[in-house]
Design a protein around this ligand. Structure first.
Ligand code: LMR
Length: 396
């Protein structure tokens, strides 16, 4: 049976990560996979996480099963983080399941959508995170795209987006990136979120908000404002969140799938379906990472420490955006890269072609995703000159 299989191409992002590891060039730069890096190029364990882990090591009393929805205190804290003061207002209508990372949360959402409506189409931004499309298709859903990023003007195709969403019927799902759009870094402003929220209400489609970078854009609160504007309007929505980036818990796989239903009864029924989905995929989520998050968010001291570390990460990323823009301009490149400074989160498209991307990799050992997406956090004061020289040379 196995010998009938045909080999598949490696994942465009994770394949790059493996290739980078094997490269012996001492000047190599990894601008591929979306992990935060400090000035030394490390992805450190946050201090708040280390403290919470030490506490857990001392105080953990059992390794017994955790239950389908995972750590319920964690779930409640995630709802507060996402919905702020709306979380109390919506409490009767929200149900959350801890999931193995943002991807696990999205897969739970996909299977849940399939149970709600086998014929649902999931509408995603053009472009979107490479894994979104395969993930929803793997769950048997149809995926279609709506216009989003304006490659030419490095902005948004907002009118085109709205016109496309006006055609989306009730029963379909529209995936929106809450902040730090992956891969473009181009976010909706609050007024645009409001328009989308009102349209969702009018059209009756179900918004699915993917929030994987809360705190990496403007602030923990500001990055959730769009999502909250939608929650204010609609009867039903799904939120898939991740603690990979903002808590730096990547390999611990911590995320959550939250469902908001029109009332408490529908929320309970939806929850039972979501938990049955969980049981059939992985039975129960792992305990460690969610316990760390819960420990941090249960302590004023650790929460403050985490906020400070998050501010530090965001500050560094924003500083690098300015540095990249200025360094490229200083190299005398004709192209205007000021858009990098206007975008948010870890990613932006450099807007260079495939041949130039290949040259960056083959001649300079600079690894960026084939779409020209760069993780700006991979740049540092030590490598910026090398990076800017390389980009200037390939785009000449
Ligand atoms: C990314 O977009 O690089 C990250 O979300 C990591 C991943 O799983 O692709």
């Amino acid at each position: 049976m196995f010998s009938e299989l045909k080999p598949l191409p490696t994942d465009p992002i994770l394949g790059l990560m493996a290739a980078y590891k094997q490269d012996n060039n001492p000047q190599k730069i990894d601008l591929g996979v979306g992990v935060y890096k400090d000035e030394q190029g490390n992805t450190p364990v946050l201090r708040a996480v280390k403290k919470a882990e030490a506490f857990r090591l001392e105080n953990e009393t059992t390794k017994s099963y955790i239950g389908l929805a995972g750590n319920l205190d964690f779930c409640q804290k995630i709802e507060s983080l996402l919905l702020g003061e709306h979380s109390a207002l919506l409490a009767n209508r929200v149900r959350t399941a801890q999931a193995p990372g943002g991807t696990g949360a999205l897969r739970v959402a996909a299977e849940f959508i399939k149970r709600c409506n086998t014929n649902a189409t999931v509408w995603v931004t053009t472009p979107t995170w490479a894994n979104h499309i395969s993930l929803f298709e793997a769950a048997g859903l149809t995926v279609k795209e709506y216009p989003y990023y304006d490659y030419e003007n490095k902005g948004l195709l907002f009118d085109e987006m709205i016109n496309a969403l006006k055609q989306v019927p009730k029963g379909d799902v529209v995936l929106l990136h809450a902040c730090c759009h992956n891969p473009s870094g181009m976010d909706l402003n609050q007024q645009q979120w409001q328009t989308v929220a009102e349209l969702a209400k009018e059209q009756g489609f179900t918004p699915l908000i993917d929030i994987a970078y809360q705190g990496f854009g403007t602030s923990l609160e500001a990055d959730a404002q769009g999502l909250r504007a939608v929650a204010d309007q609609v009867d039903e929505m799904i939120i898939c969140s991740s603690c990979s980036k903002n808590f730096g818990l990547y390999r611990e796989r911590v995320g959550a799938c939250s469902i908001i239903a029109k009332d408490s009864n529908v929320a309970d029924v939806s929850n039972s379906v979501m938990l049955s989905v969980v049981r059939s995929i992985y039975s129960m989520p792992p305990a460690h990472g969610a316990d760390i998050v819960n420990t941090i968010l249960s302590s004023t001291e650790l929460t403050q420490m985490w906020h400070d570390e998050l501010d530090e990460m965001r500050g560094r990323i924003n500083g690098l955006r300015t540095l990249i823009k200025e360094s490229l301009a200083a190299k005398g490149v004709d192209q205007d890269f000021s858009f990098i400074d206007r975008q948010h989160g870890m990613f932006s498209f450099l807007g260079i072609n495939k041949e130039q991307i290949d040259r960056l990799r083959n001649e300079y050992a600079i690894y960026i995703v084939g779409s020209s997406r760069v993780n700006v956090a991979g740049v540092s004061k030590d490598n910026i000159d090398y990076f800017a020289d390389a980009v200037a040379s390939v785009i000449k």
